[in-house]
Design a protein around this ligand. Structure first.
Ligand code: ADP
Ligand code: MG
Length: 218
């Protein structure tokens, strides 16, 4: 397996585990400003991703192939808005990563930027509307600032979490939370929270595959 494929595989597995561990919390956040299904939705989708990745025909998929499989799986198994949006995110990331064997910061930044742009297009949304984009876009900008891959993903994880926190005082103008109007203020957005968890899982996947501060992490 290529380094890029190993990192993407590790990311999807760690991401699925993080969503599973935090499913109740994500659902609780969604109960405050949505319909209380975000954790359930994503846990169902990511559990299916893990199952499909374990199948024999997925054993030799490269980075791009794994993301296509994961994206399609989320779109077909998650009922809520977040399934098609995260599915689009991963499908759009797959394009720039197709054929990439060695993941480096610039190509990961380009892939993530394409993913976030896909979410914005599909969701007809933008930063500042209290959605997953408020974590995904800062993470994208942070990835572009990193020169080494490990540094880039650590910056991205911190930026995504700051983005999650910044959704608390925001007024939701997209998705179900927008139905609440000003009552959406004062709660973290569930999608920004799951996006921060997934970004943090990416940092752990990269560090786990490369080791922090080693020659290989350049
Ligand atoms: P649903 O809203 O259908 O119940 P989920 O609860 O799974 O779906 O996901 C809700 C999350 O999806 C929100 O917290 C928000 O981050 C994200 N979301 C909803 N609509 C949009 C949109 N148009 N653009 C970007 N993200 C969105
Ligand atoms: Mg919901």
């Amino acid at each position: 397996m290529t380094q890029a494929g190993a990192i993407m595989r590790a990311w999807l597995l760690l991401g699925a585990a993080a969503i599973g561990e935090h499913a109740a919390e994500l659902t609780e956040l969604d109960a405050r400003i949505g319909d209380g299904d975000h954790g359930i939705n994503l846990d169902r989708g990511f559990s299916s991703v893990v199952e499909r990745m374990a199948a024999a025909d997925a054993a030799y998929l490269d980075a791009g192939g794994l993301l296509l499989l994961a994206g399609r799986t989320l779109i077909s198994t998650v009922g809520g808005a977040s399934g098609p949006l995260y599915g689009t995110f991963l499908l759009e990331m797959a394009g720039p990563l197709a054929g990439v064997e060695l993941l480096e910061a610039p190509i990961l930044a380009a892939a993530w930027r394409a993913g976030a742009a896909g979410v914005a297009r599909r969701g007809r949304s933008t930063a500042g509307q209290k959605t997953m984009l408020d974590a995904l876009i800062p993470a994208s900008e942070a990835l572009a600032r990193g020169t080494r891959l490990v540094e880039a993903v650590q910056l991205a994880a911190a930026a995504a979490d700051a983005g999650r926190l910044a959704t608390v005082p925001m007024l939701a103008t997209k998705g179900r939370a927008s139905y609440l109007g000003p009552r959406s203020i004062g709660h973290a957005d569930p999608g920004a929270t799951s996006a921060a968890l997934l970004t943090e899982a990416l940092a752990r996947a990269v560090i786990g595959q490369m080791g922090e501060g080693t020659e290989a992490s350049r």
